[in-house]
Ligand binder design. Structure first.
Ligand SMILES: [Zn+2]
Length: 87
């Protein structure tokens, strides 16, 4: 798994390698008012793209990969990926 996130400032799909984050242009305005969508993240393990929320990018909630083939669970701390230990 990639340990460090790479933040893209422009949406370039070919560059969405595992661990890449792209902050949405309308971050904070879509999804749940309480915890809106904030960015697109390519799973640091498998590269599957998924939307993450403000609480996930600020490290308050874990990110769980949406792929059936991948069980990655992790927290985002600053730009680092902290694997969530299975409980
Ligand atoms: Zn994954």
């Amino acid at each position: 798994m990639v340990q460090e996130l790479n933040v893209l400032t422009e949406w370039i799909p070919e560059q969405m390698e595992p661990g890449t984050v792209f902050v949405l242009e309308n971050a904070g305005h879509v999804g749940n008012n309480d915890d809106p969508y904030w960015a697109v993240l390519a799973c640091p393990e498998c590269g599957t793209l998924g939307l993450i929320t403000r609480r996930q990018i600020s490290g308050l909630l874990p990110v769980i990969c949406g792929s059936d083939q991948c069980s990655a669970q992790f927290f985002i701390r600053d730009n680092d990926v902290k694997v969530r230990k299975p409980s």
